[in-house]
Design a protein. Structure first.
Length: 137
């Protein structure tokens, strides 16, 4: 059974904690936006990915305020928070908030452009010359 008060409390805690945001939340959002741009996004897997963030947020909450994290926030409550975070991401993505994460090779046409291994952004990259295979006797 979902505890709505605990759900709101945990969501607010996760969104306002700077360590969780910089170490987990921001990279997860960048990863999900990249997957959405490339066409590989799956909301079920996104919720599963957010569960790691929610679990760590619940553990940090219990360290600060006491109690067992799995008793304060049962599994259904944590899954609800993960679903809320995914819904927030999808709404913000549709508004264009994550366009800055769009990869350079997709900006022009929306289709991937082949980038040479020896040239990036018009500059040639120095590479190690390939060694010739040894002859075996």
């Amino acid at each position: 059974m979902i505890d709505e008060i605990a759900r709101k409390e945990l969501k607010i805690f996760i969104e306002n904690d700077s360590q969780l945001y910089s170490r987990q939340h921001s990279p997860i959002l960048k990863n999900l936006s990249r997957k959405k741009f490339n066409g590989f996004y799956n909301s079920v897997l996104a919720e599963k990915l957010m569960m790691g963030l929610v679990d760590n947020g619940a553990k940090k909450y219990s360290e600060e305020f006491g109690g067992n994290w799995f008793e304060i926030f049962n599994r259904e409550t944590r899954q609800g928070v993960a679903g809320d975070l995914v819904a927030d991401f999808e709404a913000e993505f549709n508004l264009g908030r994550y366009d800055a994460f769009k990869q350079q090779k997709f900006l022009n046409s929306g289709k991937p452009v082949k980038v040479s291994a020896f040239e990036r952004n018009g500059r040639k990259i120095r590479t190690h010359p390939r060694r010739k295979p040894r002859k075996r006797n």
